[in-house]
Design a protein around this ligand. Structure first.
Ligand SMILES: Cc1cc2nc3c(=O)[nH]c(=O)nc-3n(C[C@H](O)[C@H](O)[C@H](O)COP(=O)(O)O)c2cc1C
Length: 438
């Protein structure tokens, strides 16, 4: 049983009505435009010493269920959803240590604009910004930006590799110490320390130097979630932290080992990237209480098969509304979207109908089963980490409510701290330094 601390982060499903229809969410249907819940969340998770909050994003209204936006709009499935940079900026102003990680798609921003936005966020947060670098996956999103559709899956990662090189160049265009702010001489910037970039590649062209000035972290933290073989290579090449959705200890271990192999091949030290696994712990005052809550959550997932398929279809570009849900998923259904998720769905299906598969697919447990009192769940998390070898977990709860936050901050985290599994105070001021502290 490990007593080494591990890292915790939170996956916020967009600054949106993410918890519509869930219990204990008050008037979220009308209050969601104001950021109070998300700011309370940032404060609570900072008190709990989390490493970061990742703000998910997509920039389209789903219409891949029966070719209509109806089910998405009626059930608040990833819509409405605010621009993550705004809420991220506000979160930085009510916190001082936790990392804030908005998602931006490489298809949606020119590298110069992205580099400037992320550098600015890093400045206003005093070095606490990460960028969840995603390639995007939806043809509808691509069309919202004037493209005909998304480039092919692996090509998107080739483009993102070059995109990353352009951004790194721009962030590097200000050498450390470039801002001298010498009032005696009246000189603000040492011009010899600010360089042009002139990136001209196969897909992108930028110039620079970046006019925002430097990012306090130099290179802001990069988060990634590539699941496919090509996605993993991309993540291993660039990421400081990877969030992973695989099921079971063996798969978790295999994923981490694979990423470490890819990192070594890239000449990177594997300890420089923290791999966090998705969890959805169910807490109760007693084990019976927790089990009842789990049963209720599973029942609720079974009642919402169409909605959950609509969400799954949104990220895989598969229109489940046009398929016979009482038959298995046809073999010829493939995706140019999130390949790893479809692969996991097929694994769980094992010949069962789409409806039956969806009843259990990601219904309650994610990477590992976590259910019980705070102390029992803390022990289960410790055991899982001891077997996998590191580095931590990403909470992916079906909703954020103040009740859930209190259960984590005041229930689970103290139990983890008592076991030496979680820090009691931040070691450093800046995000990457805290990620690398253990
Ligand atoms: C925890 C988690 C968070 C993710 N967040 C986003 C997101 O906000 N926006 C997005 O377009 N994709 C997001 N993705 C999808 C990944 O970027 C990636 O496309 C997916 O994991 C499938 O990997 P693959 O593209 O290599 O097949 C997320 C994936 C995971 C596991």
């Amino acid at each position: 049983m490990s007593t080494r601390p591990f890292h915790l982060a939170w996956f916020l499903q967009g600054s949106s009505v993410q918890a519509w229809g869930e219990p204990w969410t008050g008037h979220i249907g009308t209050s969601w435009m104001q950021p109070q819940l998300f700011l309370d969340m940032a404060r609570a998770l900072e008190r709990a010493c989390f490493d970061y909050i990742l703000l998910e994003d997509s920039s389209y209204v789903g219409e891949s269920f029966g070719g209509s936006t109806k089910i998405y709009l009626e059930n608040a499935i990833a819509v409405p959803r605010q621009d993550p940079s705004v809420v991220a900026a506000l979160m930085t102003q009510v916190t001082s240590r936790i990392g804030i990680v908005p998602t931006f798609g490489t298809y949606a921003y020119h590298p110069y604009l992205l580099a400037r936005l992320v550098a600015t966020l890093d400045q206003v947060s005093d070095g606490r910004i990460g960028w969840n670098a995603v390639t995007g996956s939806s043809d509808i999103a691509a069309m919202n930006f004037g493209m005909e559709g998304m480039p092919e899956h692996d090509l998107r990662y080739d483009m993102a590799d070059e995109y990353m090189a352009a951004c790194r160049g721009l962030w590097g265009s200000w050498q450390p110490g470039a801002i001298i702010a010498d009032r005696q001489r009246g000189v603000l910037v040492d011009a010899a320390k600010v360089h042009a970039v002139n990136h001209e590649g196969k897909f992108f062209k930028t110039r620079g130097p970046l006019n925002s000035g430097p990012a306090p972290q130099g290179q802001p933290v990069i988060a990634q979630a590539g699941g496919s073989p090509r996605g993993r290579r991309f993540a291993a090449a660039h990421a400081d932290t990877i969030v992973v959705h695989v099921k079971g200890i063996e798969a978790m271990k295999a994923y981490r080992d694979d990423v470490h192999r890819h990192m070594a091949a890239e000449g990177r030290d594997p300890s420089r990237c923290k791999v966090l696994f998705l969890i959805n712990p169910i807490l109760g005052e007693t084990m019976e209480d927790a089990k009842e809550r789990k049963a209720r959550r599973a029942a609720r997932a079974r009642e919402r098969i169409d909605e959950r398929l609509a969400h799954f279809g949104k990220i895989t570009n598969i229109d489940f509304g046009k398929l016979d849900l009482d038959r298995p998923l046809p073999d010829d259904v493939t995706t140019n979207g999130h390949q790893k998720n479809l692969e996991e769905f097929r694994k769980v299906a094992a010949g069962r109908s789409i409806r039956e598969t969806m009843a259990s697919f990601n219904a309650v447990d994610l990477s590992v089963e976590l259910c019980g009192t705070p102390d029992a769940v803390a022990a289960q998390m410790g055991e899982a980490m001891a077997e996998v070898g590191g580095d931590g977990f990403l909470f992916s709860m079906p909703n954020v409510s103040r009740r859930i936050l209190a259960e984590i901050e005041d229930g689970l985290v103290p139990a983890l701290q008592d076991r030496g599994l979680m820090r009691k105070a931040y070691e450093h001021k800046r995000f990457r330094d805290n990620l690398l502290a253990f």
